[in-house]
Design a protein around this ligand. Sequence first.
Ligand SMILES: [Zn+2]
Length: 345
Amino acid sequence: MQIADEISWRNYLADVVWNSLPVDSGKVKHQDQINFRCPICGDSKRNRSKKRGFYYISTKSYHCFNCGANMMAIPFLRKIAPDGVLYDVMKTYDGFKLASIGSKRVFTNGEESKELVPCTIVPAWGLLVESGNYESPTALTQEASDYLDSRMVGNKDCFLSITDKKGRQFILILYKYLGDCIFYQLHNYTEIFGIPKYLFPNSEELGGQEKPPFGIDSIDPSWKYIICCEGVYDALSYANGVALSGRVVTAYQKTLLAKRWPAHKIVMAFDNDLAGKTSMKKLAAENPRDLLFLDIGDVFSKFGKKDANDFAKLGESAAGLLKNRKFLESRIKSALEMNVQFQLG
Ligand SMILES: [Zn+2]
């Protein structure tokens, strides 16, 4: 089924919501609203006729006045509809992608936990457009492409341009896994005042999909190290770089890396500033066995540079050094070696 416009999309979603509600939910439709017993909290326990769940057709959103649940149509459907129905919804909406892996809530011994499962449907950037705040993404504009050139980005496969409803431009950075976009990030590269430099979707909006490492598909299997940086442009500056988009490596990120590249070793390479060094120190103390570290701060400091991308912008020989595997290997240290170094200095 092809959806041509916003009205048919919202009516289609309302039909899917209606059909996904249990028959005993007491569902009724009045004009713009569908009212029913909340399937998330089970609604009032004392009064079986109370119906505090409202799905609003025009805004494609759900609110429960019992538990306070408040979300857009797709996260709501993710909670109440079977995977097959979600799959059809995602396929119907142009821009949604079927990801081959994600994280999903599961119940074990009555406790909610998360585990990796294949074939979770992750809407990725489709939700951005769905929010009503952005236009559909396009190929990179000349301006965005020039900007990426200035950051020494050679391979631009993971970048698109996106414009918000006010006409302001962003770079859309795609986090791919086995070719599918499972997460995204917006880069406010023109430095629009009042908007953070980097914008991330929250995991709830993506139906529980957590932040994966950026660049996981671009690892060279023949070099057994993966360099974990804070940011996307640093990751692209290193041989086998991935970005954690933060100063921690999450359990989910570790799991995903180990699943995709089981023979590779993880090397932490945070920024050469106080925050980056503090995080490395903490990681080294907490993970004496399973993490390695790239000890390269002195090289950056010599040129007054804060991170790998800054350093690479010095020119071809600097950029080449960060891609030189022999050089990088000579700088890889164990957590124990790092702990000693931190104590000394
Ligand atoms: Zn509820």
